[in-house]
Design a protein around this ligand. Sequence first.
Ligand code: BTN
Length: 249
Amino acid sequence: MHYPDFPFKRIHLKETNSTSSYLRTLCNTQATEEFTVISTDFQTAGRGQRGNSWESEEKKNLLFSLLLTPSFLPANEQFILSQVVSLSIKEELDTYGSGFSIKWPNDIYWNDKKICGILIENDLQGSYLSQSIAGIGININQEAFHSSAPNPVSLKQITGKEHDLNSILENILCRLDSYYKKIQSGYMESISQTYYNALFRKEVFAGFSDKNGKFTARIIRVEPSGLLVVADKDGMERSYAFKEISYIL
Ligand code: BTN
């Protein structure tokens, strides 16, 4: 289905294996406009981070992928895309209640539960980005979760109400469009500060684990490269790339 009134080019599919895989194939086979969105009612092979699958009941949730072509962005600044995608979603969810935060690097949490997962797949050309596919799953109206995913929650479980998927999607894309323009205008520092302020468990001592075991530390900053820097009770700093550290929930 096509949406003539929708301010972004959108293709909605009743079913697909994965909106991100569909979008990638589309880009490989034809010229595809930046900000094209593929959304679906149901994914048969939804992909998550760390090789996990992403499960979602048919027609209940937002499942979409968005194409960006940030050829102006140096590869070592690609984390800014994770920041603006996460912020656009978190700020839209903030309009429905409190308790939303970004769990580094780019999960959206409500208190200690996960409401949204983001999988960003970047392609490079030389030392710049060429294409970025942001795949986003947000639990909106699902009432019960059966998969092994840890701590899922939906917006309906939080608010007690059913929500309109299309208007939430449109609002998120408008927010993202405006953040994307800020990146193009070079406002990286202010975006990173806003991202830091939105982080889950920042500046409080909390349990983490890394390859050496469990420890207590607090988040003190996120480097522009995306590295997470934590400090233990003695002030000793350690920095981690994605997948090198886990939160103990
Ligand atoms: C995560 O594991 O937290 C990331 C989940 C990302 C899921 C979304 S749903 C839409 C898009 N298509 C996919 O196959 N995955 C992403």
